[in-house]
Design a protein around this ligand. Sequence first.
Ligand code: GLC
Length: 441
Amino acid sequence: MNSIPWLSQVQAHLLRRKFWRLFGITLAFLFGLHALVALPGNTQQPVTLSLMMNSTEVPAWRDVLIPAFEEAHPNIRINLIEGPNQTNLQEDLYTSAFLLGDSPYDLIMMDVIWTPKFAAAGWLLPLDDRVNAAQLNQDFLEQDVQGGRYEDRLYRIPFRSDVGMLYYRTDLLEQVGAQPPETFTELVEISQQIQQNTDVNWGYVWQGRQYEGLSAMFVEILQGFGGFWVNPETNEVGLDRPEALEAVNFLRSTIQQGISPSGVTTYAEEETRRFFQSGQAAFLRNWPYVWPLANEDSPVAGRIGIRPMVAQPDSTSGACLGGWGFGIAVNSAHPDEAWTAIEYFTSEEAQRRFILETGYVPSRRSLFTDPEITARYAHYPQLLEVVESAVLRPPIPQYAQASDILQRYLNGALTGRFTPERALQSAANETRRLLNVGGDA
Ligand code: GLC
């Protein structure tokens, strides 16, 4: 308590002044803050587009394509989301997002096999009004463009193509005096010679895990034996025909004869790439992305050849068409900006940069013979021929379920849970029921 009255008056005055000063400062601060927050609204707030992709591709996008795009389009930002590597896991994420209502993604980076399902479900914006169809057909690979259509409308612009290939070790073939194989029998024989006469233990590695990569790989073997999975025009199912049985028996025999490790039934692309790249196998089935990885900084660098998958002497070799492209989510709040991004990313210049960086396959024809690209990847002109005759997996809206059925029974046959005959009969019946073409009960 203060006993001197005038002193307390002075103190009270000082306190009042302090209060007002503090009040003023706080007001000024709040005002300034408000102005700061409000500022971007006065200028132009950048639009953010969300884009998910598999983690293998993320570095090239984060370090190369996205910075270049954002520099060219400062009012658009890309929110890059790292998704799972497996295509079917990514598809599951999109499917649940769309089913829940508002998809958090604007740009949909789509595997070629998703278009019919996503389009039939009404999840994508049709893009026909935005493209010059003649230009698109002229510049891009026909199958890739086809893979973006559903019922005469276009929903996806190809960004990069993909095609299954057979890799081989040139040094090992030389050691046993063999030429690259053309047929399944040659593949087996050369594998065995290499296993017997060199210090490499395994002949051939391929993707046998129960996932989408198994269906893609199987399409190639099936085609090589002259068979088919589903005819998209008639919905006819070919899985219980003799060619399909031969295809499964061939794959099983590679395990039974010790040409392929039994672990292949759990391998996806990356496991098989690492296996081959570490020098443990003579042959590998995989996509072209393996080429730069296995040739740079790798124990087998410079000792690798690549060719289309082998086939029976009387059949044409099968290459499965893969590939990724862009669609726009039907509920995106920024379809015009999304389209600007699609035009940029699928342009010749962006694709060239991406391909030089990663070794993926372009979707524009001219890039397969582009001097900068062929200087780095001499096999691209040959790849163009393979991509142009590649086989699409059935472009049907029920593709995800059909593939799921095939994966389940095929993996069961490869791991010995079912006989090949029983697996294929059940897979064929279930697929017929799915497509409503009268499978047995
Ligand atoms: C590659 C292909 C894609 C395919 C997938 C299977 O990413 O581009 O089309 O579905 O492999 O694993």
